[in-house]
Design a protein around this ligand. Structure first.
Ligand code: GDP
Ligand code: GDP
Length: 436
């Protein structure tokens, strides 16, 4: 399911990051555990009452050394391109400024819905300050206060009215959607070209979604695939597309729209922090993952090199122990033909359902082998286990007290389930619930 995207746009200091953080709330994530300021975080999933969406703080996307107005213009362009709904944020205490008018001009041209918010309306007496903002031409301005958390519910309700209908951006269920994610120059576009150059691949069209013509629909051996955000891999040379924050944002958006993510690493350079962050995001998003080590032709090797490289990857990506690793070369085409079968396999496992009776036999055998933990004399009891969903496979274990299900024991059960059913290439999720 593709979540709708809201982007917050506005000139500096109107309160974009304050609002963003309010809406997102506190989230703990291995990916977002980045040293530094909150400004680092510009993209997150969020839930507000019954709404489930992603949100972008465009103010956090630095646009190099461009002049002030150019920066806001480019941030607005990014919002228009990436979001389904735009929140145009202004500052009620300062009134309408010429920079607000500049932003407005760009947003008029967009065929995306805009909701106007007037921030820093910290108390009801200040409400009258919103009237000037009708002049911006986006209808009713919503008074809010980021620092006091006021008015956000009404604002988000208004934004949610414009969310696209459920599957407007979705492809058929029987196509496998995959993306290639990695730093610039690891060889993503070369890999796509090498795959598409294979004899039996038919590129039927560039699928036009409501967003942009950015995906490629291909048919390989009669199976249909969508390569997500192929366009994002092409170099377009525009400033705002080469800024690091924006390319990370593109990658995160592509991961979300994919079933299978190919995490591409350059064999010549090894693994860097950025690779980890992106792979971690794919893992948390519950996507199937294949690690692709490209440019294997350029590495000097002996019989131990591959094994050593694999160990290094495993050590860096501890959380990805289920992901297969393939060493190949887009240049010489070595092992390129193994990619599609790996994508197929990972995708199949990602949507695999197992039989409840077999599952329970496996879990009960596991318990017999390794007794459940106790805490203060109270022992964890497992009643039964059931698979509640796919993509990724998700299991609920009904127990006497979920607090007693320690991480290590859960991990043990996960490993037994993996050994029994083989979920190579896909994360699986396990939740302990109290049996009522
Ligand atoms: P951004 O540059 O648009 O992301 O703005 P920030 O979120 O960094 O906020 C700029 C300043 O405005 C900070 O000092 C915030 O504390 C302040 N601020 C944000 N929201 C409010 C608000 O609702 N009321 C008041 N009085 N100050 C606010
Ligand atoms: P992207 O930015 O990740 O899409 O990377 P590109 O596909 O544009 O490739 C970046 C550079 O790496 C280009 O000069 C490619 O020719 C080179 N390259 C890509 N794949 C390979 C490979 O398998 N081996 C070698 N030696 N070079 C490669």
């Amino acid at each position: 399911m593709v979540k709708p995207v809201i982007a917050i746009v506005g000139r500096p200091n109107v309160g974009k990051s304050t609002i963003f953080n309010r809406i997102v709330g506190e989230r703990i994530s291995i990916v977002e555990d980045i040293p530094g300021v909150t400004r680092d975080r510009i993209y997150s999933s969020a839930e507000w009452l019954s709404h489930d969406f992603n949100i972008i703080d465009t103010g956090g996307i630095d646009i190099g050394d461009e002049p002030f107005l150019e920066q806001i213009r480019q941030q607005a362009e990014i919002a228009i391109r990436e979001a389904d709904v735009i929140i145009f944020l202004t500052n009620g205490r300062e009134g309408v400024t010429s920079a607000d008018e500049e932003v407005a001009k760009i947003l008029y041209r967009a065929k995306k819905p805009v909701v106007l918010a007037v921030n820093k309306i910290d108390n009801p007496e200040m409400r009258d300050l919103i009237y000037d903002f009708y002049a911006l031409g986006f209808g009713e301005p919503y008074p809010i206060s980021g620092s006091h958390g006021l008015g956000l519910g009404d604002l988000l309700d208004a934004a949610a009215q414009h969310f696209p209908s459920k599957d407007e951006n979705d492809y058929d269920d029987d196509v496998i959607k995959f993306s290639l994610i990695g730093r610039p120059n690891v060889g993503k576009s070369s890999l796509v070209n090498a795959m598409l150059g294979e004899e039996r691949v038919i590129v039927s069209d560039i699928a036009g979604t409501t967003r942009d013509a950015i995906d490629s629909m291909v048919t390989v051996n009669g199976e249909r695939y969508v390569i997500i955000d192929t366009a994002g891999m092409r170099k377009r040379g525009k400033v705002y597309e080469t800024t690091e924050k924006y390319s990370v944002l593109r990658a995160l958006r592509a991961i979300e729209r994919s079933d299978v993510v190919l995490v591409v690493i350059n064999a010549e350079e090894g693994i860097i922090e950025q690779d980890k962050k992106i792979a971690g995001y794919a893992h948390e998003a519950g996507r199937a993952i294949v690690v692709v080590v490209n440019k294997w032709d350029a590495v000097e090797k002996d019989e131990k090199t591959m094994k050593e490289f694999e160990e290094k990857i495993r050590a860096h990506f501890l959380f990805l122990d289920y992901a297969p690793i393939v060493f190949l070369s887009a240049k010489t085409k070595k092992r390129i033909h193994t990619l599609i079968p790996m994508i197929n396999k990972a995708s199949e496992n990602h949507s695999m359902r197992v039989e409840t009776s077999v599952l329970n036999d496996i879990v009960m055998d596991a318990v017999a082998m390794n007794p459940t933990p106790t805490d203060n004399g109270k022992r964890l009891k497992i009643y039964y286990t059931t698979q509640v969903s796919v993509k990724p496979p998700t299991f609920v274990v009904f127990v006497n007290d979920p607090e007693l299900m320690h991480f290590s024991y859960q991990r043990f059960i996960e490993n037994r389930i993996r050994e029994a059913f083989g979920f190579e290439g896909t994360p699986i999720k396990i939740f302990a619930r109290e049996r009522k």
